[in-house]
Structures are given as structure tokens and as C-alpha cells.
Design a protein around this ligand. Structure first.
Ligand SMILES: [Zn+2]
Length: 195
């Protein structure tokens, strides 16, 4: 058959992979992507887009369904969460510590801003939390102090030293001011000095 012969003689057509834009020779007529990975990735992207469109179209309804589900299963969800928290306590604490260390400045800034905007609320929350966790707080506070004793003492000494210098400087300024204005200082009065 001349037609079949013609097809056989036709040179191989190269294609461009729609995912990675590489030119390739298809092994069969239906091959669209150059590699399996490209096909998988391209399909994954399509799946993600489809899921996003699905969610966007049904957003309100999905949220309502979730709320209804949560309301109906509140106790079971709380129990599951509690179990999860206990099982992941250590890794969660590590994660939180790392997160705090990495975002310390921003978190402190946010906390200060929140406190400035809601002082009464923060105070009430803190008091309630203290009351609810008094025993645990005392216990973990003691453990924390024992673990960080040296650092805490060093900080105290440094703070005291800084304050002492400041207080001494203030006192000296006051004394000099009195002397210049001709008023007697306490020491002057005690020594019987008169301006
Ligand atoms: Zn490709």
C-alpha cells in the first residue's frame, strides 16, 4: 500500500514538552510530555487548579458544612486534639521554641502592640490563666528556675549593677544641683554646715 509506505518514510517529528519546553522525539503518536515526571507534574498542577476552582465555587457551603460538623462532633474533636497534643508535646514545644527564636522581635512587637490596645483584656486573661494553672505554673516555674539558675542570677547581678550606676548618677546630679543652688545637702546639714 503506497500510503503506509509513505507514512513509514516520513521523518520522525519532534515535539515540545508543554511542561518543561524541551524538544523530544515521541515514541508513539500520543505522547505529549517528554518524560513521565513531566506528565505527572503537569497533571498535578491541573489537579491543584481543579481543586481550587471547586473550593472557590462552593466556599460558603463548605464553610457551613465544616461548622456544622464541628458543632456536631465537638466532644470527639476535643478528645482527639487532646490525645494528639499529649502525643506530640515534645516536638510541639521544640517547634514553638524554634519559631519564637526565629521571630522573637516581631512577636514581642506584636504582643506589646496588642497589650497597648487591650490592656484590660490581657490583664483579665493573664489573671484567669494564672488562677487556672497555678499549681502547674509553680511546678514548672521551680523546674525552670532550677534549670536556669546561673543565668538568672547573672542577669540579676547585671540589672542591679546597671541600676546602681544610674541611681548613683542621679544622686550626684541632685547633690550638685543643691550645692549650686546654695541649698544644704543632707550630709551638709548633718555636719552642721550652713550655706
Ligand atoms: Zn518535559
Amino acid at each position: 500500500m503506497p500510503q503506509a509506505a509513505g507514512r513509514k518514510q516520513r521523518p520522525e517529528v519532534s515535539r515540545v514538552c508543554p511542561h518543561c519546553a524541551t524538544a523530544f522525539e515521541p515514541a508513539c503518536g500520543r505522547q505529549r510530555y517528554c518524560r513521565t515526571e513531566c506528565r505527572t507534574e503537569a497533571n498535578r498542577g491541573r489537579e491543584v487548579k481543579r481543586a481550587a476552582a471547586y473550593y472557590a465555587a462552593r466556599r460558603e457551603r463548605i464553610i457551613k458544612e465544616h461548622q456544622a460538623y464541628n458543632a456536631a462532633h465537638r466532644a470527639a474533636i476535643a478528645k482527639r486534639r487532646a490525645i494528639y497534643r499529649v502525643a506530640h508535646r515534645e516536638s510541639a514545644a521544640q517547634y514553638q521554641a524554634a519559631y519564637y527564636a526565629a521571630n522573637r522581635d516581631r512577636l514581642n512587637r506584636q504582643a506589646r502592640a496588642y497589650y497597648a490596645a487591650n490592656p484590660a483584656k490581657v490583664k483579665a486573661q493573664k489573671a484567669a490563666s494564672r488562677k487556672a494553672h497555678r499549681e502547674g505554673n509553680n511546678r514548672s516555674g521551680r523546674a525552670w528556675y532550677a534549670a536556669n539558675r546561673e543565668r538568672i542570677l547573672k542577669q540579676r547581678v547585671a540589672r542591679y549593677a546597671a541600676k546602681r550606676d544610674k541611681l548613683a548618677a542621679q544622686k550626684s546630679v541632685r547633690r550638685t544641683g543643691k550645692r549650686l543652688s546654695g541649698a544644704a545637702t543632707k550630709q551638709h546639714s548633718e555636719a552642721g554646715w550652713r550655706p
